[in-house]
Design a protein. Structure first.
Length: 340
């Protein structure tokens, strides 16, 4: 969102589309809200306040608690106004001791990254948005930016990851998933499941758990995360669905499509708020709504679009119906059941 955006004008057509049983989705209740980054344009406090108003209104209308909102930062949610580099003359620097990616040669000197300040790029995201909305700060320590959320009632676990920790104004395309963050996040995620089992929070007939990872950047295409080996660890941990944003178009991918039991399906949400000039030609605004069967055997992904600013949301009819030439505004994912 931008500082001149109107949260109510963006929120109400969305609510109408979700509730509308004739031309919309016809749903009275949502179980979770997932936001895969880029809530703002320049990460200013004013923009974060607009985003907070938009999302808090959705939470109120659909009676969503803070725990059921899974939100990760995007590259537009880190502030470039934070001074995280210092300039030094070349004669005061030993270039052979500089770590790649932590400096920029500039004139007769170097801009050197100040490690203790570097996490402060996410300060506005944490203090101006995350804490006021969800009642807790977003961790600035990179190792802690892989957050698991387990819901025993639906047997769903989310893993919220930061793919923007190495991005700044000098390295704008450097998306990544930090190994140390993923290691810590998976450890906590596994402990959550084990504790829920010990305390018998799962129903006796529970037989599967759906693990969903969320981050901002895509894993295919020109703007993909270059170091994508982390996907192998998610496969090993039996994650079956990944949700991302960043690109302003709908996208579906499969990781490990030849593996008999450990495929990962990837759903790109498109852009909910990007203005026309920031989106590819002919691409409207998008959002996805996922319907998960209680036994986790199938997910239906509804793709919704806003063709004209100020108009109404409608279905994005691009998905071929099986054994037919007609197209639907949704596609379906068939999942393997993962025993707890």
């Amino acid at each position: 969102m931008r500082s001149d955006s109107d949260p109510e004008s963006m929120r109400e057509p969305l609510i109408t589309d979700i509730l509308d049983s004739e031309d919309g989705l016809g749903l009275e209740q949502l179980d979770y809200l997932v936001v895969s980054g880029d809530l703002t344009n320049r990460a200013t406090p004013q923009e974060f306040e607009q985003a907070r108003q938009l999302i808090s209104g959705l939470m109120e209308r659909f009676d969503l608690t803070a725990e059921r909102c899974i939100i990760v930062p995007g590259n537009h949610d880190l502030s470039w106004d934070e001074e995280v580099y210092e300039w030094k003359k070349k004669r005061l620097v030993e270039p052979n001791k500089l770590q790649e990616g932590t400096y920029v040669e500039q004139g007769d000197g170097f801009l050197l990254r100040v490690e203790e300040r570097y996490p402060q790029r996410f300060k506005n995201f944490s203090e101006c948005f995350y804490q006021p909305l969800l009642g807790k700060e977003y961790p600035l320590e990179f190792k802690q930016q892989c957050l698991p959320f387990l819901f025993p009632d639906t047997r769903i676990q989310f893993l919220a990851m930061n793919s923007c920790s190495e991005i700044d104004e000098y390295f704008r395309e450097r998306s990544n998933i930090r190994q140390e963050a993923l290691t810590q996040g998976l450890k906590v995620a596994n402990r959550q499941i084990q504790q829920a089992k010990r305390e018998e929070h799962f129903s006796k007939e529970a037989g599967s758990i759906l693990r969903i990872a969320v981050w901002h950047h895509p894993i295919t295409g020109n703007e993909k995360i270059a170091k994508d080996a982390f996907l192998e660890r998610l496969q090993k941990a039996d994650f079956q669905l990944c949700l991302h944003g960043h690109i302003h178009e709908e996208r579906t991918d499969i990781i490990g499509y030849l593996h008999p039991t450990r495929k990962i399906y990837v759903a790109g949400a498109g852009s909910f708020g990007a203005r026309t000039k920031a989106r590819p030609e002919s691409k409207p605004r998008f959002y996805n709504l996922l319907e998960v069967k209680p036994d986790h055997s199938k997910i239906r992904v509804h793709t919704r679009c806003l063709r004209k600013d100020g108009g109404a949301w409608t279905g994005w009819y691009v998905w071929h119906k099986k054994n037919s030439r007609s197209r639907e505004a949704y596609y379906e994912i068939n999942l393997q059941k993962k025993t707890i």
